[in-house]
Design a protein around this ligand. Structure first.
Ligand code: HDD
Length: 681
């Protein structure tokens, strides 16, 4: 089975097909294949007597159930995955010999798992947190895992500190809370005492940490990796995923409410988008730097707390990933998938980034406990689509039946097979980097500037993004009980921006700095998510209707919204048909109870001629929430009265008009903008 070689985009799907089990139209059996005749009543002595041990079906069913949980991931426990494909636009042959990066137009299957970091498996989808963005490319040369995040830098510079970072952010050990939150003493204590985290803190306090959905986040490989070409020449490389729909976020008040109203908000969005054919897409970009230029930058290229500003090292777009298939079974696929930054293919190699080096140990180690032994590579989701042969044997859950009597190298009995492949035959040869040095435990001097790029990030933000960062610091530190820690963090921010530090200090009741700030005046426009694309596509528009709504014109608006690839959802007092003035009707799919405004990207209020007070109050609440979260609001006909009653008329992103065509044009424009920050909330 594993010997199948196939380079079309479906080779993984074909492989998975061999493991799928469809229970429809089948009799129930035990795990031994014996047909079961009774599944509701255990075997007893008489109708009211004790259950008998010999009831093997009861015992098997119960034992399996008792053992059906596995440990959740120590980090990134809450995740959601999907299948797709990666298509290459542009050959990377000059830089790497990686097979899947040679032929423009070639495709490989991929599986992606998105995740939050700190929360448990059952935690809500939008805490303030980093998002994991892990991609497994099933290539003909083996699996390549790009195990990245939606932020391009990291908290720490050396893998040895990772357990400390995670202990600090997880629920505090003496209380067991807070769940999925960094707003507590131990996390900020760690930050204050590990100032290499300053740059990452700016990202974490930014809107990137509260994404609107997983289809609109960027992805980054974070570390500097190495491309090696057929001549053996090496280039440094950083990987980027750029969503074609742009990068978009929630606002904090909204995110907190969504976490209650629909804790599965992001995963449901991903699932439904794929189900409805709104396939999420990302372009893959690379930043490539020749090895000779290693020391040409004012930061160390090996430092994972640094970016390579895109204006200095342009991102070259080389391909596109499309997620087009949901999993069949979340446990079998999303839960059992095992990623590892050490899963590489010829032409992709590591650098001495000390964080990456630490990761290279940790991932296989964690799979051993989580997936219960060394054979997790045989699980269907983890199997490479090309053959695997070696002398590793046995262990829990072994599937492969290795034939023959040798399981060692070298041997004569099996003609020395499996035989290592030469480089020409596709064997992986580690890049022969020359390294010299003493064994020491230290940080390089070149890793010690923690604030310049934090300031670069700050300088690059639009005004609203800056406000959000200030509010995020104020919220997070506002939840910290220990005043000294609050003060230490404010002192740390002083190295980034004096005004920011002063304002946060005031908000969190500590002494404001009088001097400080950064000398860095440079900015990088690519860092602002406001500069990514804004499209109406796939956005969810709540359409509020009451009986008697203006049938024809409302229908035109709804059709117009659909034409622009948005998804209108009718909201009314009850589910079911809402009748228009001309006897046409539209189906309400949500009520004021189930269709909370935080769950929509935009609101269109058409109302009706006989709206009662309860209806008006419900709509006023919706308008108020949409307004507060800077989201587009439109109204026609009777709906306009409600906008007037809550005093939002004329504000940015609020569109009112009785002429359907001009309403639609302006409303779609407002929807495409996503958020209207110049609103006076
Ligand atoms: Fe990690 C999971 C990304 C640093 C140790 N990590 C994990 C996942 C992602 C990342 C996306 C979830 C994979 C999945 O969906 O199954 N991790 C990163 C990035 C890092 C990073 C981008 C910094 C650049 N991680 C990091 C360090 C260590 C780890 C420094 C340890 C030395 N990460 C792990 C882990 C996890 C993990 C404990 C938990 C579950 C797993 O590996 O499979 O081994």
């Amino acid at each position: 089975m594993s010997d199948k070689r196939n380079n079309n985009g479906n080779s993984k799907d074909e492989q998975l097909e061999q493991f799928r089990s469809d229970e429809r139209d089948k009799h129930m059996t035990t795990n031994q294949g014996l047909k079961v005749s009774e599944d509701e009543f255990s075997l007893k002595v008489g109708e009211r007597g004790p259950t008998l041990m010999e009831d093997f079906h009861f015992r098997e069913k119960m034992t399996h159930f008792d053992h059906e949980r596995i440990p959740e991931r120590v980090v990134h426990a809450r995740g959601y995955g999907a299948h797709g494909e990666f298509e290459l636009y542009k050959s990377m042959e000059p830089y790497t010999k990686a097979g899947f990066l040679q032929e423009p137009g070639s495709k490989v299957p991929v599986f992606v798992r998105f995740s939050t970091v700190a929360g448990s498996k059952g935690s809500p989808d939008i805490p303030r947190d980093v998002r994991g963005f892990a991609t497994k490319f099933y290539t003909e040369e083996g699996n390549f895992d790009l195990v990245g995040n939606n932020m391009p830098v990291f908290f720490i510079q050396d893998g040895i500190k990772f357990p400390d970072l995670i202990h600090a952010v997880k629920p505090e050990p003496d209380t067991g809370y807070p769940q999925a939150a960094s707003a507590h003493d131990t996390f900020w204590d760690f930050i204050a005492n590990n100032q290499e985290s300053a740059h990452m803190m700016m990202w974490l306090m930014s809107d990137r940490a509260i994404p609107r959905n997983l289809r609109m986040i960027e992805g980054f490989g974070v570390h500097t990796f190495r491309f090696v070409n057929a001549e053996g020449k090496s280039h440094f490389v950083k990987f980027h995923w750029k969503p074609t729909l742009g990068v978009h976020s929630t606002v904090w008040d909204e995110a907190q409410k969504i976490n209650g109203k629909n804790p599965d908000f992001n995963r449901q969005d991903l699932h439904e988008s794929i189900k409805n054919g709104d396939y999420p897409e990302w372009e893959l970009g690379v930043q490539v730097v020749p090895e000779e230029d290693e020391f040409k930058f004012d930061f160390d290229v090996l430092d994972p707390t640094k970016i390579w500003p895109e204006e200095d090292v342009p991102v070259e777009i080389i391909g596109k990933m499309t997620l087009n298939r949901n999993v069949d079974n979340v446990f079998a696929e999303t839960e059992q998938v095992a990623f590892h930054p050490g899963h590489v293919v010829p032409g992709i190699d590591f650098t001495n980034d000390p964080l990456l080096q630490g990761r290279l140990f940790s991932y296989t180690d964690t799979q051993l406990i989580r997936l219960g032994g060394p054979n997790f590579h045989e699980l269907p989701i983890n199997r490479s689509v090309c053959p695997f042969h070696n002398n590793q044997r046995d262990g829990y859950g072994r599937q492969t039946i290795n034939v023959g009597n040798t399981s060692y190298h070298k041997n004569s009995l099996s003609d020395n097979h499996p035989r290592p492949a030469s480089e020409e035959e596709g064997g992986y040869v580690h890049y022969q980097e020359k390294v010299e040095g003493r064994k020491i435990q230290a940080r390089s001097e070149s890793f010690k500037d923690h604030f310049s790029q934090a300031a670069l990030f700050w300088n690059s933000m639009s005004e609203p993004e800056k406000v959000h960062i200030k509010e995020a610091f104020s919220f997070e530190l506002g939840m910290v009980h220990d005043k000294d820690i609050r003060q230490q963090v404010v002192d740390m921010i002083t190295n980034i921006d004096l005004k920011l530090a002063k304002e946060v200090a005031e908000n969190v009741g500590v002494t404001a700095p009088v001097e400080g700030g950064s000398n860095v005046k440079k900015s990088s426009p690519a860092l602002s998510q406001e500069n990514t694309s804004h499209k109406p596509d796939t956005l969810k528009v709540g359409v509020v209707l009451d009986q008697g709504f203006e049938g024809k014109s409302v229908q035109q608006v709804v059709d117009g919204l659909k034409e622009q690839n948005t998804h209108p959802v009718v909201i009314s007092t009850t589910l079911g048909k809402v009748k228009g003035s001309d006897n046409s009707d539209l189906e309400a799919e949500a009520t004021f109870d189930t269709g909370d405004p935080v769950l929509f990207d935009a609101l269109y209020v058409a109302g009706g001629p006989d709206m009662d007070n309860a209806f008006k109050r419900n709509v006023s609440y919706m308008v108020h929430e949409m307004f507060k979260h800077y989201k587009p609001i439109g109204a026609t006909g009777d709906g306009q009265k409600i906008l007037e009653s809550v005093n939002v008329t004329g504000e940015a992103g609020v569109v009112q008009n009785d002429i359907t065509d001009s309403f639609l044009t302006s409303f779609i424009e407002a929807v495409a903008a996503h958020r209207h920050w110049d609103r006076q909330v």
